[in-house]
Structure formats: C-alpha cells, structure tokens
Write a protein that binds this ligand. Structure first.
Ligand code: GRF
Length: 224
C-alpha cells in the first residue's frame, strides 16, 4: 500500500509518521509526502515557488529526507487550491492508496474524495464532534476547549467527507484538561497523543485492519 500525506504547516505529525516508516511500523507500505503548500506560506511570501524553498516546516523536513514533495500552489483564477483532477492524476501516478491529512486546512474537493472513497483520513485536535468545523483550527480549538470548562480533550481521526470535520470517526484518544492549562500547554499534550495515534491508525489502515459496521461506523480490528 502507498500512503501520501498532505501538509501545509509545521508538519510534526508528518514527521512522526515518516519516522515510524523508518522503524518498520508500516509493513508493506511505502510512503510519500505530498506537501500542499497554500495558506500559511502563501500569506507569508505571496509567491508559492519561493515559499516552497522557504519556511514551511513540513516541506523542509521532507526535502531533508529526500521524500518526494509535490507542490500545488494556490491558483489565482479560482478559489480552488488546486485542480482536483490534476492532483488525482499525480496521486495515481505514484500509485497512492491512502491519503492522510496532517495539518491541512482546506476542504478536500469532491473529485478527490470520489477518487479515494474510504481512503482519506484527517486528524483534528479535539474530541469531535465537539470543537470541530470551519473556524476551529490551530490554537482556536484549544482556547475554545479551555473556555468551555471541558475537563477532557484529545485528538480525533476521522474519514474525510466534503465538509470540515464531519466524516466518520475512526479513533480518538482522551487527554485531561488541567485547571491551569494555557492553550499552548493543552495543544502540546494533545499533539503528543496525535503523533502516537496517527501512526497506530494509519498503520492499521495500510494493513487493512479497518472493518465497517452495518450502520456505517468504521472499526479498527486488533491484530490478534
Ligand atoms: C494538528 O494539531 C492537527 O490535529 C491539526 O493540525 C495540527 C497539525 O500539526 N489538524 P503539525 O503540522 O502536524 O505539527
């Protein structure tokens, strides 16, 4: 199985997944980093080709490791970040089976979802369906969790559909929200669990350990 990761930011999840590929966590699974740079770098430099050689953590890490990096810069003629049809052709040429979104902030176009049914996952830093949807990203999520008084938070991994954070939930991990937490402290605690959870879940995906309950809920089968 071939795995592609979409990143547009710091890329710490991307890095932990890549490191797991090096220590044999993924059996029979190849790995490609598809870095889709659009938002952060675009805003910083107004020139996607310059941004590619500049500051996005995920892209820098990938280049340093010799991972194929494909850049789909933001297009000027349309709101779409890229042409979904073009991207599907590229993914197919790499024989990609599964896609992991790891800090990728834009909606995935319908054409890509249709080309990869039940094969695109996202990680979100709250216990969905709480604190999800458009507008809940980055530190905003953790600030909202703290402001709500919730005692628990944690990452959710879900299948990707055509809206933000609404696809079927595949896995979650609970972390405590401490009384004196800042958003940054909570984010760090959640991110630590994200790194472990995404590796476990994406390995299960590659090893075809996912089954689907009759009502459409995905389940991870244990290996035993
Ligand atoms: C993570 O918190 C993830 O849940 C969210 O974006 C963040 C990406 O972090 N979707 P990184 O780029 O992997 O460090």
């Amino acid at each position: 199985k071939n795995l592609a990761v979409f990143v547009s930011g710091g890329g710490s999840n991307f890095r932990s997944i890549h490191e797991a590929t090096l220590n044999g966590t993924y059996q029979d699974c190849k790995f490609y980093g598809i870095i889709v740079l659009f938002l952060i770098c675009w805003l910083l430099f107004y020139n996607p080709m310059v941004t590619y050689d500049a500051d996005c953590g995920g892209a820098e890490y990938a280049r340093g490791k010799g991972i194929p990096v494909i850049v789909f810069p933001k297009r000027k003629d349309t709101e779409e970040v890229f042409s979904a049809e073009d991207l599907v052709i590229v993914l197919r040429s790499f024989k990609v089976d599964f896609i992991l979104l790891a800090g990728y902030l834009k909606l995935i176009p319908a054409a890509l979802i249709q080309a990869y049914p039940k094969a695109i996952l996202n990680i979100h830093p709250s216990l969905l369906p709480a604190f999800g949807g458009k507008g809940y990203y980055g530190m905003k999520v953790h600030k909202a969790v703290i402001a709500s008084g919730a005692r628990y938070s944690g990452p959710t991994i879900h299948y990707v559909d055509e809206q933000y954070d609404t696809g079927r939930i595949l896995a979650q991990r609970v972390v405590p929200v401490l009384a004196k937490d800042t958003a940054e402290e909570l984010a760090a605690r959640v991110l630590h669990e994200e790194h472990k959870l995404y590796v476990e879940v994406s390995a299960a995906l590659c090893e075809e350990q996912i089954t689907w309950r009759e009502d459409g809920v995905p389940l991870i089968q244990s290996k035993e």
